[in-house]
Design a protein around this ligand. Structure first.
Ligand code: TNX
Length: 719
């Protein structure tokens, strides 16, 4: 008995030490050494510095600590030139806290670590006195570039929302925010020499020349940043050690520009029948000299506005077929003895790079931009398409940012039935966390050219999901952002998913205090011997919904049942929530035989038969117009609990009937009007009788796409 209690006591001591020696700091510092005792932060304490450079940081920290800036300074910040850029040392003793950094960024990193050593309400409103365990932290990042890219074009994101998001990045030592400011759907930055670019191009739909291809179709919708707004964003980010890098996406992805200024396009008359008259060409004509005059105006203003050394000038997904049809581009190719249109892109990018160098800036580009020829050797390349492209860029000697979609596109879904894109992959935090350059096959030479990692959030699927709220952006990017933060910072290549997951779940209390709507892992559901149970390991509460009655309650104990498929579980804590979890039976779908008919002709290769086989989606040969319809007719009437029929790609509200309604037939003859379409789709729950056919009827004109996609129906059986 005695021996057992001694053993217990010993174990308890070991555990406490382990916890003390390992506070859940994300990203993990190089070295954390725990010391005896604790520092007690009182409201009478002050933050002090003798460095004028650090003055903004003293206010930033004092505000979070709920104390004043002063001269006495129980908490002191200083620059120590023996430390490198972004390196820091944090010493906590019983009577003081000292943060030294190699530069502003280093001290900021120390401040961010100190905040993680305090109670979580430091992110909200810190209660004093508060304690910090004595320790010494010595730390520095692995990569100087730890970035995040935000697409503010497909979804308009306000200045205030960007600033709030900057705080979240800063807390995790992400130090670059790249703003994707122009795209096919919008132009978001004021250019004083061409004010219409933003004042007209910042809005789509309604009477705007830019048609509404994503979300909010029924209204004129959008916004833009004035140069004064942008200066505020830059300054706000700078205090938080974040550099704002602009992207002007050229020469493709320029449909918004072209909708306002069709004269930038290639010199031929396109066939606009499939797109209901909307010219969807999106690339600048390379041969038109006036284009370079316009672009010089833009580049000049962008260079003067942003103090970063790199300006991203795009270069992705250029539709070179436009240049092949253009007599002027063809003549230029001949003159320059080019054989491939990609060479024209390199020519174009080099000319823009020349403009940048006039203002002392360096070019940053997407990976395709280096395919058609060499760019200046100081170009920074962003490898998004895949690992192969990142390695190729690094092998050619370009400084490269590694961000392949299948690890770093946080607009991808986190599991099969959640919202988001899926073209690159479906993945959660663990895939991003697990990445190492060596496991991806990078050679030592290639690794030397990797300047860092970046994650991105493209916002096509956000526009239709109440963009006024931060929920979707935050849900998609947290906790995946924690993985990015960790791998871009931590010097070692060792990865232990279980250890990191435990650390994340401790960090969740901080995300709660920050008010983040993050994604929890779904509860683990098991069904054995007639007993259904659910478990979570992240401090969340589990709720269970009866799928037949719709009643939801807190899950407190295992459920005895012969129908486990009737129960759906979800975890929640703070504002965070998980996707639904249940036994497979709940998610089972029916695939009854059906045919598609339509007033619109079908696409030549993506035929209706493709969708009828429940394989891929089908396409029409042209966009829709008022009165167009698509009908799904079942061989036998279908008895089900829910049926969803849809135009458009799931989760990507484009190629759809923007507006319309559904008609339902129980006999195949008489059609009754049902509800309106939402994001191009219609869902009927608990139909009173088996369904013979559903027809979707369009009440709006085409939205600027060239076709409508048609999905096979999703049908859930009765439970
Ligand atoms: C690819 S990333 C694109 C974007 C899309 C994104 C959606 C890149 C250079 N081009 O235009 O928004 O996929 O995930």
């Amino acid at each position: 008995m005695k021996l057992r209690s001694i053993l217990f006591a010993l174990l308890a001591t070991i555990c406490t030490c382990a916890v003390m020696a390992n506070p859940a700091i994300i990203p993990t510092p190089k070295s954390y050494v725990a010391h005896e005792g604790e520092f007690r932060l009182m409201s009478s304490h002050t933050v002090a510095t003798t460095s004028t450079t650090l003055a903004p940081l003293t206010s930033y920290l004092a505000k979070h600590l709920n104390i004043e800036v002063g001269t006495k300074g129980e908490i002191t910040l200083k620059i120590d030139s023996s430390l490198k850029s972004e390196e820091y040392r944090l010493i906590v003793t019983t009577d003081r806290v000292e943060i030294s950094g190699g530069d502003y960024g280093g001290v900021f990193n120390g401040v961010a670590t100190l905040m993680q050593l305090l109670p979580a309400d430091v992110y909200n409103s810190l209660t004093l006195p508060a304690t910090v365990a004595c320790c010494k932290v010595e730390d520095a990042p692995r990569y100087a570039y730890r970035g995040f890219m935000l697409d503010v074009c497909r979804t308009w994101i306000t200045k205030e929302a960007i600033m709030e998001y900057i705080d979240l990045l800063a807390y995790h030592k992400i130090n670059k925010l790249r703003l994707h400011l122009t795209d096919d759907e919008a132009w978001r930055l004021e250019i004083k020499s061409h004010p219409e670019l933003a004042s007209v191009g910042g809005f789509r739909g309604g009477d705007s020349p830019i048609w509404p291809r994503y979300g909010k179709w029924t209204e004129k919708w959008g916004g833009y940043y004035t140069q004064a707004d942008m200066r505020e964003i830059i300054a706000y980010a700078k205090v938080r050690n974040i550099e704002v890098i602009p992207e002007i996406d050229l020469p493709g992805h320029s449909l918004a520009m072209a909708s306002m200024h069709p004269e930038i396009l290639c010199n031929y008359t396109p066939d606009l029948e499939a797109s209901y008259g909307y010219d969807t060409r999106s690339a600048f004509c390379v041969a038109n000299e006036n284009n370079y005059t316009l672009l010089h105006d833009i580049i000049r203003e962008v260079c003067l506005l942003f103090d970063t050394k790199y300006i991203h000038i795009g270069g992705d997904e250029v539709d070179t077929s436009q240049w092949k049809l253009c007599p002027d581009c063809k003549a230029l190719m001949e003159k320059l003895e080019y054989t491939e249109p990609e060479q024209l892109q390199a020519y174009f990018m080099c000319r823009i790079a020349d403009m940048l160098s006039e203002y002392g800036k360096k070019p940053a580009v997407w990976n395709e931009a280096i395919d058609g020829g060499s760019l200046p050797s100081n170009t920074l390349v962003f490898g998004w398409m895949g690992v192969k492209e990142c390695r190729a860029s690094a092998a050619k000697g370009y400084k490269t940012i590694v961000m392949p979609g299948q690890y770093f596109y946080f607009d991808m879904k986190q599991s099969k039935r959640e919202p988001g894109h899926d073209w690159a992959a479906i993945f959660d935090w663990s895939k991003t966390y697990g990445l190492t350059l060596t496991s991806l096959g990078f050679t030592a030479e290639e690794c030397k050219n990797v300047a860092g990692f970046e994650a991105s959030f493209f916002s096509e699927a956000y526009a239709s999901r109440t963009p006024e709220k931060a929920d979707f952006l935050q849900y998609q990017t947290f906790p995946r952002m924690l993985s990015l933060s960790e791998i871009a910072w931590q010097s070692s290549d060792s990865r232990d998913k279980e250890v990191f997951y435990k650390k994340m779940t401790k960090h969740y209390a901080r995300l709660d205090a920050m008010g983040v709507v993050y994604r929890l892992m779904p509860p683990k559901v098991t069904f054995e011997n007639g007993v259904l149970s659910a478990k979570s390991d992240d401090g969340s509460m589990i709720y269970v919904r009866n799928a037949v009655t719709g009643v939801e309650e807190v899950y407190s104990s295992a459920i005895k049942t012969t129908k486990p498929e009737r129960y759906v579980f979800v975890s929640r804590r703070g504002k965070a929530f998980s996707p639904e979890a249940a036994v497979d039976g709940y998610f089972r779908t029916l695939k009854p035989q059906f045919t598609i008919t339509s007033s619109m002709p079908q696409h030549s290769s993506m035929t209706f038969a493709k969708a009828q086989g429940y394989g891929r989606l089908a396409r029409t040969a042209r966009t829709c117009n008022v009165g167009d319809w698509v009908q799904f007719t079942f061989a036998q009437p279908v008895d089900c609990r829910s049926m969803q029929v849809a135009t458009g790609n799931f989760q990507l509200p484009r190629f759809i009937f923007e507006q319309g309604y559904a008609e339902i037939s129980y006999d195949g003859v008489e059609f009754l009007r049902a509800g309106n379409l939402e994001n191009g789709m219609y869902i009927i729950n608990n139909p009173p009788r088996p369904i013979k056919a559903i027809r979707l009827v369009c009440t709006s004109r085409g939205n600027g796409a060239k076709y409508v996609s048609i999905q096979p129906p999703t049908i859930y059986p009765k439970l």
